[in-house]
Design a protein around this ligand. Structure first.
Ligand code: NAP
Length: 483
């Protein structure tokens, strides 16, 4: 409990200057960029970042693939923000269970929700609950040592074939991790349990299946080039799937990324061998197929044995927006023993938060949360940033621009409220938060506690030639911070 005392004392001593109390929920890129922008824009602001995990950095730690270390360098910048004397990180604090949204709003002048998208879109087709069918997010959390999914243990030994549904960058990430020689992953921060399972994996054939065509594939060129460059990979793309229509041409004319992806796919199909050689890893891009149902195995009850797809054609003109996939009544089965659904992430609402369930986002105007009263009225002091604000799209840097917009809205509102300085009413801020958490006996993880975890993970990694070995259970993480 010493941490509470020290932090509260620090808060009291500076209470007069730090009159603007801000809480950011979520310590991923959207949360840290928001905190950074707020610190710069408001000298009077004291910012607390809370996260339900004991570890900070959100999808930089749990989402970015282990073989993309360059993408994780941004952690250095976020750590500098956390070390700012006006900023604090409190991990293991869950909005909705440790503390409610209305309690946060009572304690802070400004609450910014930036807790991302921790669930998945569902297909809603028969067999989705069969074992062997996972969301890509679960699989990614598993190989990234996220404490909620380190126990997933996907079965990679009883099949040689995996189907990945969707053709976005997450689909490419999971396909690459399945196909890349494990020796190349051994020096990354991939979780040791995942590395061991991949070493023993019998999967050598991955189907990346899209409901639309190669002119609509959702991935980007750099990531596509990377997977195509896997050593000794056999790539299969059917020539007739590469025949494009004038509507496709029109779509690609308006979208350079799509054009580049299409050109890369065409080139890969021309340069690939006619047949794979024995034991060669295979990547099959399959287009114009939408999943209709998952097929249950006749050998292992309750386990997936394949996917039944309906073939599609594209409807709608490129001029009126994107063409969409429509089933044409023809069906085809594809056998497999593992399915990873990579059809997009989904945000989860909390009590008291207006939420658009169809879009999976918090209704907002430039980051100002709109009340659920039906009138376009912003909620006082409540803002949103990142995937919760705009949906699960974009790269890490997209959140920088997103945070800029949200912070600009906050600054405008503050100016309107009290043009002189700060806020008329005082709010307890950090002091109120920590008191509530102490009353509820919640073990708060401070940034200095995270640094203990960080050091230990680096130490464990150095023993086996890895940059870090993540502690991947709640118990390990929380016990280490108690020391
Ligand atoms: P995404 O890019 O939106 O891709 C989703 C895929 O799922 C699309 O192929 C989509 O097809 C398909 N899909 C959606 N609903 C479907 C359904 N009902 N049936 C069949 N297919 C369906 O999403 P993501 O791959 O999860 O990536 C999220 C964001 O993170 C993206 O902006 C991505 O670029 C970014 N990201 C970047 C990197 C990187 O830079 N290295 C790595 C990972 C993720 P349609 O197009 O037909 O809807």
């Amino acid at each position: 409990m010493a941490i509470f005392g020290a932090m509260i004392a620090r808060t009291f001593s500076t209470a007069t200057i730090r009159s603007l109390r801000v809480c950011v929920v979520g310590s991923g890129p959207a949360g840290f960029y928001t905190a950074e922008k707020m610190l710069k824009a408001h000298e009077e602001a004291e910012i607390d970042i809370i996260d339900r995990l004991p570890t900070p950095f959100g999808l930089v730690r749990s989402g970015v693939a282990p073989d993309h270390p360059e993408t994780k360098i941004v952690i250095n910048q976020f750590s500098r923000v956390a070390h700012n004397e006006r900023c604090s990180f409190f991990g293991n604090v869950s909005l909705g269970s440790s503390i409610s949204l209305s309690e946060l709003r009572q304690n802070y002048h400004v609450v910014v929700l930036a807790y991302g998208a921790e669930s998945d879109r569902v297909l809603g087709i028969p067999g989705e609950d069969l074992s062997g069918v996972h969301s890509a997010r679960e699989f990614v959390w598993w190989y990234n040592g996220h404490p909620d999914f380190s126990q997933l243990a996907p079965d990679l030994k009883n099949t040689d074939t995996a189907i990945v549904l969707g053709q976005g960058n997450v689909a490419l990430d999971v396909a690459r991790i399945l196909l890349r020689p494990p020796v190349e992953l051994a020096t990354t921060d991939i979780a040791i349990h995942a590395l061991a399972a991949l070493r023993e994996s019998s999967i050598r054939k991955v189907y990346l299946v899209g409901r639309r065509g190669p002119a609509q594939a959702a991935c980007t060129a750099k990531e596509l080039r990377e997977i195509l460059a896997i050593k000794n990979l056999y790539v299969n793309i059917k020539q007739d799937h590469l025949r494009i229509t004038s509507a496709d041409e029109e779509e690609m004319k308006n979208n350079r990324i799509r054009r580049r992806v299409f050109d890369l796919l065409s080139k890969a199909s021309l340069s690939s061998q006619t047949h794979p050689s024995s034991g060669q890893p295979e990547l099959h891009f399959t287009f114009f197929r939408m999943p209709d149902k998952f097929i249950e195995s006749t050998d292992i009850s309750g386990h997936v044995a394949g996917v039944n797809f309906e073939k599609t054609t594209l409807k709608g003109s490129a001029g009126s927006g994107n063409q969409i996939a429509a089933g044409n009544g023809e069906y085809e089965d594809l056998k497999c023993g593992l399915v990873l659904k990579s059809i997009g992430y989904k945000s989860i609402p909390v009590d008291g938060l207006p939420f658009d369930h169809s879009k999976g986002v918090v209704p907002n105007i430039r980051g100002r949360v709109l009340s659920s009263s039906g009138v376009d009225q912003p909620e006082d002091g409540l803002y949103v940033c990142g995937w919760l604000k705009r949906g699960p799209t974009g790269i890490i840097a997209t959140n920088l621009y997103d945070a800029e917009e949200t912070v600009a809205s906050i600054s405008e509102d503050i100016k309107k409220k009290n043009p002189a300085s700060g806020f008329a009413s005082t709010k307890p801020g950090r002091e109120g938060l920590l008191q509530l958490l102490e009353n509820r006996k919640i073990q708060v993880v401070a940034f200095s506690d995270w640094e203990k975890i960080d050091s230990e993970e680096k130490r464990l990694g150095s023993l086996i030639g890895k940059p870090r070995e993540k502690l991947s259970s709640w118990k390990e993480l929380l016990e280490l911070t108690k020391k």
